[in-house]
Design a protein around this ligand. Structure first.
Ligand SMILES: NC(=O)c1ccc[n+]([C@@H]2O[C@H](COP(=O)([O-])OP(=O)(O)OC[C@H]3O[C@@H](n4cnc5c(N)ncnc54)[C@H](OP(=O)(O)O)[C@@H]3O)[C@@H](O)[C@H]2O)c1
Length: 326
């Protein structure tokens, strides 16, 4: 499977349930495909049904191609267990409907991979009154985790929450007074606010890791490298476009598969059982920025976040994410 850090092919059964946001494209696509090729049931939580059904068809074709290479230890099933469920992270109502439908299904949940994300877009406010990057990348995943943690706590040992963060967290200023941008649209820095959203995810993994420590659920964050995916579609102005071309030509930019290896490893590798509250790059634990590891700031962010999303959560869900119910 190429050089560099990789992942083992772990035999998984269909009753292992892995939920991945933004799994129809880029990194999420690879994480979903490889997890399913090892035998798990993968739920693709995405906003476009047609795009996701196309992705599922392509994953099945690639599974057949991989089988014909006689790659050992892949699932013996003839098709992959892949399912679409609608989720729009720009809407808390959509997150609530998604979580209600998931809970109603009575299924267990072993891995919740918060992968979906946007970057480098002009200022936009969601219908819920939040800056778009803040809500899609961070707040909606926070709400989703709070709503589904109870299911994970009832799903047996070694359940994992994974957050797709980024080394770009170093671009983000830590300033809770301007968490939800309210300045003039033209002054909005998408680089800074993208960086912030990724910083918050690393801080969330640390703060929540402390709260759920000792339970059957762990939470970690990941940087996948610079990866050549549709993510960069909005990074299309002058010098930035040139820079991206250079990264592609020089090989600095990884393929989606290469970029997803650490994420797949953390999803399936039993050796990572119990790892909690950490930030990972290339299958290794790495120290993030000083803001990201500042415990006081992590706790301030936690309280501010809970205040912002409190009205979308029940008392039970708040207790659960605060580690008061294990
Ligand atoms: N590519 C990189 O170099 C890089 C580096 C560091 C971190 N990351 C992170 O990696 C993650 C995955 O990105 P990628 O590179 O794989 O890019 P991608 O191919 O563009 O995938 C992003 C996914 O997020 C989904 N998404 C966007 N807005 C959504 C919404 N409102 N509701 C639900 N889903 C939504 C997209 O859905 P649609 O297909 O419908 O748009 C897509 O499935 C992101 O969190 C990104 O910040 C990427």
């Amino acid at each position: 499977m190429g050089s560099g850090p990789s992942f083992p092919l772990v035999p998984l059964t269909r009753d292992k349930i892995i939920l991945i946001t933004g799994a129809n494209s880029g990194l999420g696509y690879e994480i979903a495909k490889w997890s399913a090729m090892m035998g798990a049931t993968v739920i693709l939580a995405c906003r476009s049904e047609s795009k996701t059904m196309e992705a599922i068809a392509k994953m099945n074709q690639e599974f057949q191609a991989e089988k014909s290479k006689e790659t050992s230890r892949l699932s013996k099933n003839t098709t992959l267990a892949l399912e679409f469920m609608h989720l729009d992270l720009a809407s808390f109502e959509s997150v609530r409907n998604f979580c209600d439908a998931f809970k109603k299904s009575g299924r267990k949940l072993h891995v919740l991979f918060c992968n979906a994300g946007l970057g480098f877009i002009p200022f936009q406010r969601t219908a819920d009154g939040m800056e778009m990057l803040l809500q899609v990348n961070y707040l909606s995943h926070f709400v989703m985790i709070a709503k589904l943690l109870g299911v994970m706590q009832q799903s047996g040992p070694d359940c994992r929450i994974l957050l797709m963060s980024s080394a770009a967290h170093i671009w983000g200023t830590f300033d809770l007074k301007t968490l939800n941008y309210s300045g003039p649209p033209d002054d909005f820095s998408s680089k800074n606010y993208y960086g912030r959203s990724k910083l918050y995810q690393i801080m969330q993994a640390a703060a929540m890791g402390r709260r759920i420590s000792g339970s059957n659920v762990t939470i970690n964050s990941i940087h996948p490298g610079i990866v050549d995916t549709p993510f960069w579609r909005n990074w299309d102005t002058g010098i930035r476009k040139c820079l991206l071309c250079c990264m592609q030509c020089s090989g600095v930019a990884r393929s989606s598969f290469q970029g997803a290896k650490c994420s797949i490893d953390l999803t399936v590798n039993p050796n990572h059982s119990g790892m909690n509250g950490l930030y990972w790059v290339d299958c290794k634990i790495v120290t993030p920025s000083s803001d990201a590891r500042n415990t006081r700031k992590q706790e301030e962010l936690w309280e501010t976040t809970l205040d912002l999303v409190r009205s979308y959560l029940t008392e039970e869900e708040i207790k659960s994410i605060n580690g008061e119910v294990k």
